[in-house]
Design a protein around this ligand. Structure first.
Ligand code: PGA
Length: 245
């Protein structure tokens, strides 16, 4: 049981349709009654094509819309298929996920991530920065080295980190059903918090209604970044409820 203010971030990845927005009515109703004590902050990050409709749906509900990525260019430009932060903001986005391992795996670098974060902050968006080690790095006991490298490079010359949430997402736990051992998770989160003072650190990777009972016992976690389970509103609500009782 926790009384802490927690973030619950739904990362829809490349899933969702106009029709699937109907499922959010349930979440809106749940949030209205559950959040009377203002304990939770729910942020939905759908594919870009749904952001505008979702932000209209969330108007005056307290629910927030985020994006899953952005281009590093501050202004407009000839970048086919890309969207910049101003454009995201213009359709109601408040947060943007940057540095997700699914993007790192296809070539996104720490340097690009650093530029994206700067652009997002300049445009008035808040950032959810994803960091985490691969299975190979974990096996070689390099987790802390990887985290420090990612933190230092991605946050290079960014002074004000107040608008940046960190999501610790071990790559081997994403979509696999496997979560870290409680002690390992606690110590990784603590390590990140020591490196970035006053940071809010979330955990992401296979969070579901079953393992949340174990995860919620880890006291230094400030919230969860939820992929697969967030596409089902019942599971998502269940995760939030079980975090608190
Ligand atoms: P998952 O994804 O919950 O499906 O493991 C988490 C994420 O990729 O952010």
């Amino acid at each position: 049981m926790t009384n802490k203010y927690m973030y619950f971030i739904a990362n829809w990845k490349m899933f969702g349709s106009i029709k699937s927005l109907n499922s959010l009515d349930k979440v809106i109703r749940f949030h209205k009654y559950f959040n009377k004590k203002k304990l939770v902050k729910i942020i939905y990050c759908p594919p870009n094509i749904l952001i505008n409709l979702m932000s209209k749906k969330f108007k005056n509900t307290g629910l927030i819309v985020g994006a899953q990525n952005c281009h590093e260019n501050l202004g407009y430009g000839s970048f086919t298929g890309s969207v910049n932060c101003k454009m995201l903001k213009n359709v109601g986005t408040k947060f943007v996920i940057i540095g997700h391992s699914e993007n790192r795996q296809v070539g996104e670098t720490n340097k690009q991530i650093n530029l994206k974060i700067k652009t997002a902050l300049k445009s008035g968006l808040k950032v959810i920065l994803c960091i985490g080690e691969t299975l190979n790095e974990k096996r070689k006991k390099r987790t802390k080295n990887v985290l420090i490298k990612q933190i230092t490079s991605c946050l290079k010359s960014i002074k004000n980190k107040k608008k940046i949430l960190i999501a610790y997402e071990p790559v081997w736990s994403i979509g696999t059903g496997i979560i870290p051992k409680p002690n390992d998770l606690y110590s990784a989160i603590e390590f990140i918090k020591k490196k970035i003072s006053k940071s809010k650190v979330l955990y992401g990777g296979s969070v579901n209604p079953k393992n949340i009972k174990e995860l919620r016992k880890i006291k230094n976690i400030d919230g969860f970044l939820i992929g697969g389970a967030s596409q089902n509103e019942k599971k998502f609500i269940d995760i939030i409820k079980k975090t608190y009782n």
